[in-house]
Design a binder for this molecule. Structure first.
Ligand code: SF4
Length: 166
């Protein structure tokens, strides 16, 4: 049976906001600053910061939940690179889905999108030339042809991943 919990929460959230009780609905955790790319526009790859441990990530998620967050976005760096021992992104997403109504992951699209989140955002910076110039590698040229779904030539690499999701 479909749960009405998100809807009742959102209704209470909306009514509370009308009364001036503000709290966050959407929050994010940055698992790691590590990334396999070096995009010119990225502030994170230049910052030295340790990745979260699995227990730190769980603690951060519980804190966000306590604050009222019900939509969680997991990001990096590149979150598919994140590891803590045997744990990887899929374990984080599994635990996140126990707490949050919706869980999203952002990725640069260079790894297989094998994760059970509700949403995956793949960064696309423009058509092929622009995307490759900003991302620092000839990403489009190295990804080969997309499978199915008539992906446009110019955004081959991310679209390849998007086509796999469809
Ligand atoms: S893929 Fe994202 S995290 Fe990695 S360097 Fe580019 S903007 Fe930064």
């Amino acid at each position: 049976m479909k749960s009405f919990k998100p809807y009742t929460y959102l209704l209470r959230y909306y009514l509370a906001s009308l009364l001036g009780h503000k709290k966050p609905l959407l929050g994010g955790i940055k698992l790691t600053h590590a990334c396999n790319l070096s995009c010119v526009q990225c502030p994170f790859r230049q910052r030295e910061a340790p990745s979260l441990s699995f227990s730190q990530a769980l603690s951060a998620m519980r804190t966000l939940h306590d604050w009222g967050v019900r939509i969680l976005i997991i990001e990096g760096g590149e979150p598919f690179l994140w590891r803590d021992g045997a744990y990887d992104l899929r374990d984080i997403v599994t635990r996140a889905r126990e707490l949050f109504f919706t869980v999203g992951v952002t990725t640069n699209g260079t790894f297989p999108i094998e994760v059970d989140s509700d949403i995956v955002w793949v960064s696309i910076d423009g058509l092929e030339e622009t995307h490759d110039r900003l991302r620092g590698k000839e990403l489009c040229a190295h990804r080969g042809q997309p499978r199915g779904h008539g992906a446009p030539q110019g955004i081959r690499a991310p679209y390849y991943q998007l086509a796999q999701l469809a």
